[in-house]
Structure formats: C-alpha cells, structure tokens
Design a binder for this molecule. Sequence first.
Ligand SMILES: [Zn+2]
Length: 391
Amino acid sequence: PPSLHLQYNTHSVPRHARQDRSGFRTVKQEGAAPGKSPTTPRLSERPTDRRRSMEARYAELRRAVEETAAVDAHAHNLVDTASSLPFLRCFSEADGDALAFAPHSLSFKRSLKEIAALYGCEASLEKVEEFRKAQGLSSIGSKCFQAANVSAILVDDGLAFDKMLELEVHKEFVPTVGRVLRIEWLAETIINDDSFSGSSWTLDSFTETFVAKLKSVASKIVGLKSIAAYRSGLEIDPCVSKTDAEDGLRKELTGQRPLRITNKSLIDYLFTCSLDISVQSHLPMQIHTGFGDKDLDLRKCNPLYLRAVLEDERFAKCQLVLLHASYPYSKEASYLASVYSQVYLDFGLAIPKLSVQGMVSSLKELLELAPINKVMFSSDGYAFPETYYLG
Ligand SMILES: [Zn+2]
C-alpha cells in the first residue's frame, strides 16, 4: 500500500527504547541473574535504586513504545517447519562448520533464554525445538508476532530458502505485508528465464526488459533492495559506461546457469538504473551494508564507499536506507545520515545478532551524529518466527 512509503519518514518507531528483553533498559547482561546489575555500584546509589529511578523517569516513554505497534521495515520470508534449514540458523549468520560454534556466542545464550521464556519451556535448544515441532508454525508464529507487536512487515523476498512461504501467507501473522523487491534477484530471474536461454541479450534489450518489469511492479511494492555489497562491494560507480556494462553482461552470459551476477560493472549499472526508477516512483532503496554471511567481503561493505552515489545530483532526492547498522561501520553510517538528506539508517540484524554490549554500542554510535528520526527499526527476521520476535 502506498501509505507504507510514508512510514519511512514519519512512523517508523526507533525500537531501542522498547528492548527490555534485550537489556537496553535494565542493563542486564547475558548470563546474569535477573535483577543483578553487572556494574559496580556507587556507595550512594545501588543498582536497584538506579534502575528504579530510570524506570520512573522513562515510564511514559516505555508505555508509549510498548503500546505502539511497529513497522518492521526489513525482513524476509518465513519457511515451513519441514524446511531443511537448521533451526540453529535462527541465531547466526554462520554456515558449515562455523555454525557448530554458534551456541557458544553471547547472543545465542541470551536469545535462547528469551525464546524459552516466551514458550514457557526449558532453555535448551532440544526443548525449544521439541516445543516448536509439537506446536506447529501457526501456533509459534502467532506467539512470536503477537509478542513482537508488529503491525506491518516489509519483506525482501529475493532471499531463497527451502520451503519458503508466499508473501500472502504472512498475513496470518501480521495485518500488513509489503514487498521489497531485490534488484539483483530481478535481473537474475530475467536472465535465467528459460524463454531467454538463447543468450542473445544486448545491454539495450536487457535494460528495456529490466526497466519495464521494475516499472510494472512499482505501484505494488514498497521499496527496492540492493545486495551490491555481497557481489562486488559498495564502491558503486554511478557513471559506469554502457560499454563496460555491456562487456560485463556478455561475460556473465557465458557463465553457468542459473546465473549469479558478480561482475562489478553490471552490478553498478543495475544499481544505477534501479535508483533512477526509485526516484521516479518515490520508492526507498534499502542497501545491504556491514556484516552478513561470509558470502560478502566485509571490507567492501563500509557505507563510506557509497560517496560517488551520494554525491550524484541525479540521486539527491532519493531515500537510501543503510541496513544492519552498517556494523561494524556504525559511526560511518551515522556521519553519512547527518550530512546527506537522502541517507536513512536501520539497525536490524545488529539487533539481535550482537551481544547486549554490542547492540548498545552500535545503536549509540548510530545516534552519535544522525538525526533521530532517520534511525529506524527492522528485525531482519527470516525463516523462523523467532527471529522477528528477537529483532
Ligand atoms: Zn535482510
């Protein structure tokens, strides 16, 4: 719905104030017993007193935040409980052998306790998995989304999972579901389409199809999303020549199918074309920045690399949302949001994947320079309803 666009500017609630579960307000620490502060008390003021006075001071804010349903501005599809995706992935971006170490991370220990408390079961991975199997997706989905108090989710459905649910199905859990279109996914879908297997694309014919498709869905989606960071990095050249982009397309077409575009010139070209449409259609562009799974080269995910795009007058009026608190480049992201009107920030994934201290410090860094109304909430939930709840 078009009304969702507005929520980027006006109604997205910075959820940091509501993260009681995650310890922002009670300064709890992973593993610490409830009610015990980890910091050394001053003689004049014991931790419980300090907490009480903080609680009293912000009681009204807490109430408002808890009562206001939030727009979860960036998330992904849920999967059926029969999906082959291991539940351990609920807690980590790691894969393969590295995933086995996930239970030893602070965020895993905290998150598991929070899920177990919601389900009223023992805080062990086995018991939580038993509970979710016995209850089924409908029941655990309702529990998680109700507890999260989310009124809308904006879903980037370009991330593929085994037994992924259609967007419509998410309405069982959330009143409003908006679609965010991943541009690299769209380009790959067009090229991988069997009817175009002749590899007879020229840059012009491809651009015509790509732009026509984007324009045809523009009124039905709530934003665009780019994972350029995952493919060739954020040093996007908005003036990439058509010759270089054509050359990139030709190289990609000689590769294996299904195609996964990695050529920098082509990725930059796709980004620039899409940004044109986003300006014309008043659609925000969400950009992956900072950490993620190891498909990305984190060195290339610093948002400062976006300078050429940010300095380009053609795109001065667009809305660029830097996702994931750009962690660990949160200060850099905050700076960009303070000097470029088109830059907005989103702290999904940093919350809840970091430790409590990590979440607190990255959010503080985002707020060091950025206007507060540009710092937005999302869960970056995916696959498991619990990720939306934790976010
Ligand atoms: Zn995401």
